[in-house]
Design a protein. Structure first.
Lengths: 285, 285
């Protein structure tokens, strides 16, 4: 997605299905298709009968850094020549063509491509012309049809976007990992740490007459605790909350140290921020 | 995909997550994002602080018919205003931002969005600027992060393509059907029809000394039958094969009728083509 963290030290994946663009009319679409391929680890592009001068500045601009795919692209006079060395070929279309071929979506097609390629086959996927798609004779050359679960009221995908969905399905079929996962700078708070915070908080609230009417105390306490439980608190979160309550209870504490402190995030790891030290006084008894 | 069969009699789907583009720089990207939304049934577009004249001819051209989404798009001064009425917000990014938020991919995110929307919540997804993506302060406003299993060596998706993957994941989460499925004009051939064809063929081959050496006959026969079994034959396929063998065996038959016949596909449904009538003579005994 935009602003992505591209790690150029890591090599592009190889070995996915060949992407075959049949008579693409716009260089921009070819460039965008190359970019879409690179995004999901597809590297081999073939182009059937493109316009004479297809590789122009706009094509390269649209590739946005995936020019290595454009420069490696192979040109063929016809679909037959373009797929001559392939063992398995999908044709993409959003229309039933009455050819009785097997039809799969990306979710089935990705794993099928993976299984065939892992089995040593060379596989490819045909994408048709921007306006008219693949001709029936193109589709007749394929083993099966790949189609997408599009909105029936608006089924026409841009060429590069059709290629992108194939790439995404291919990547999912590899079980490719997400670029990162949830990372917590602090361990989750053990339950007794959370409960002792609740006890401290409720004690301060009790002292200030927050729980009224008295008979509502249990439900008020339960609701309050559930709100905090939904925060999925880390140890540092609990220290921060305690410190917050301490300050609300005790009022301003004037030391040069606190003026410097900008908040818990700046607290040097390992050191216990003052709020925690303060907590016992407030939280005791 | 290109050449898609768009059925304008069917209504666009409604009710998916709101797509929020934050400070998009190029009208073309906004238009392409609108098209991507329409492809997968997303209809509500919000734009944060676009350029003053963002809705120009190129924007509309890129929308390629999805202009109804552009014309309905709402403009906001900031992310906070754009998500003010939402219950749940994903921020898209390919970089870890050290905010400790839950992180999901499209496969988990789609069903989560569906569950929340079905539960009556209004959900949205934030997409950042083309070059720099979302700022940390934008991400801080979201409940969780949505990221894609991109090629780590080439992680930068075009804005509209990032929107497209969300749309696809949303559509898959609905269990949306493919636009069509495999359709066979003829029922599959019952096994005894296939076997009787094998017997006819092997009988003709036997008579012509195809099975040599004799002791290889069983394996040759088995291989031959397996080849035909892989054809997943329909009744019409078997009739066509029988007719083909008959002609190979009996040589040309000159009738005006055969000159007119272009092949089995043209055979009017219901009528039995001559090859089948011919089969008994060849296939008998």
């Amino acid at each position: 997605m935009p602003g992505a963290g591209t790690d150029h030290t890591r090599p592009a994946l190889e070995g996915g299905p060949v992407v075959i663009l049949v008579e693409p009319q716009l260089g921009e679409n070819i460039g965008m298709a190359a970019r879409a391929m690179a995004n999901f680890g597809l590297t081999e592009l073939r182009i059937v009968a493109p316009r004479e001068r297809w590789l122009h500045a706009k094509t390269r601009a649209a590739a946005a850094g995936a020019e290595f795919i454009l420069d490696r692209a192979a040109i063929y006079p016809g679909v037959r020549e373009a797929i001559a060395d392939l063992d398995f070929v999908y044709a993409t279309t959003a229309r039933e063509r009455g050819q009785g071929k097997p039809v799969v979506g990306p979710r089935e097609g990705g794993p099928i491509l993976r299984a065939r390629i892992e089995g040593g086959q060379k596989a490819g996927v045909l994408f048709g012309r921007e306006r008219t798609g693949l001709e029936n004779d193109d589709i007749a050359l394929a083993d099966a049809i790949l189609t997408y679960p599009v909105n029936p009221a608006y089924a026409s995908l841009n060429l590069a976007q059709a290629v992108l969905i194939l790439g995404y399905a291919w990547m999912e079929a590899q079980g490719a990992p997400l670029p990162f996962t949830q990372k917590r700078r602090w361990p989750a708070a053990k339950r007794d740490m959370v409960v002792s915070f609740f006890e401290y908080l409720e004690d301060e609230l009790e002292r200030r007459g927050f729980f009224r009417p008295e008979h509502k105390r249990p439900v008020m306490s339960r609701n309050l605790r559930n709100m905090f439980h939904r925060m999925d608190l880390s140890e540092q979160d609990v220290r921060t909350l305690r410190g917050m309550i301490v300050r609300l209870v005790e009022g301003p504490r004037e030391t040069p140290q606190t003026r410097k402190r900008k908040g818990p995030k700046q607290t040097p790891k390992g050191t216990r921020p003052a709020p925690v030290a303060a907590a016992p006084d407030g939280g005791g008894e």
